[in-house]
Design a protein. Structure first.
Length: 214
């Protein structure tokens, strides 16, 4: 069934509403004591979980559109990606402001020495680049390079579940589930990833050939 413009509009409204609901829930949760006396780790977990869920949901759009033969679904992918970046940025801000209280020396040390934080920062930087270049204007300016850039979404799709698993102090079932889902979505794209990797290797070999001739 083809998605009509009106149907697409209502779908976007529904997705925006669903994405903002967890943020609206937070003040009530604090008010009624759903968080402990030290809420920062729980808040970090909450925001990180929603960022990961939205990222994986974004990656589900292409397989779903293909399965349903409904290309209009692709038009909600940017919306979900931006919400994913929003939750990832809030997760980062809570860590910077509430957990480490902007102690920049400690922040740099944590990023360098703690592997799971390194993975999280790399993922956030990639998501930042994708969010900044997600507009049609950037798509026109970058041309074919735009798609190559946005293929980097697969890196945080792999790194964030590992960041989650590595960072939890107890319980591995939930991060294992997210990692398995991420690997499944990447496996569905295995042919595309192979082509992308071959293209990168070819471009690298061509650059080396040019340098050797020079």
């Amino acid at each position: 069934m083809k998605l009509t413009p009106k149907g697409l509009l209502w779908l976007k409204v529904g997705l925006h509403a669903a994405a903002v609901l967890p943020l609206l829930w937070l003040p009530w949760a604090f008010e009624v004591g759903r968080f402990s006396a030290d809420p920062v780790p729980e808040l970090l977990q909450f925001l990180g979980d929603w960022s990961l869920r939205l990222l994986l949901l974004t990656l589900c759009i292409s397989p779903l559109a293909k399965k349903l033969k409904n290309g209009g679904l692709i038009k909600v992918r940017r919306l979900l990606g931006l919400w994913c970046f929003t939750y990832a940025s809030l997760h980062l801000l809570v860590w910077l402001l509430l957990d480490l209280q902007l102690a920049w020396g400690q922040i740099g040390e944590e990023i360098v020495k703690r592997g799971f934080i390194t993975l999280g920062m790399v993922s956030w930087v990639v998501l930042l680049l994708l969010a900044l270049t997600s507009t049609r204007g950037w798509q026109r300016r970058l041309g074919p390079r735009w798609q190559r850039l946005h293929n980097w979404v697969y890196l945080p799709a792999l790194l964030i579940p590992i960041h989650f698993w590595w960072g939890v102090k107890s319980g591995w079932m939930e991060p294992a589930f997210y990692l398995a889902l991420s690997l499944g979505l990447l496996w569905w794209r295995r042919d595309k990833l192979k082509r992308w990797w071959r293209t990168r290797l070819k471009a690298r070999s061509e650059k080396k050939a040019v340098k050797s001739k020079a």
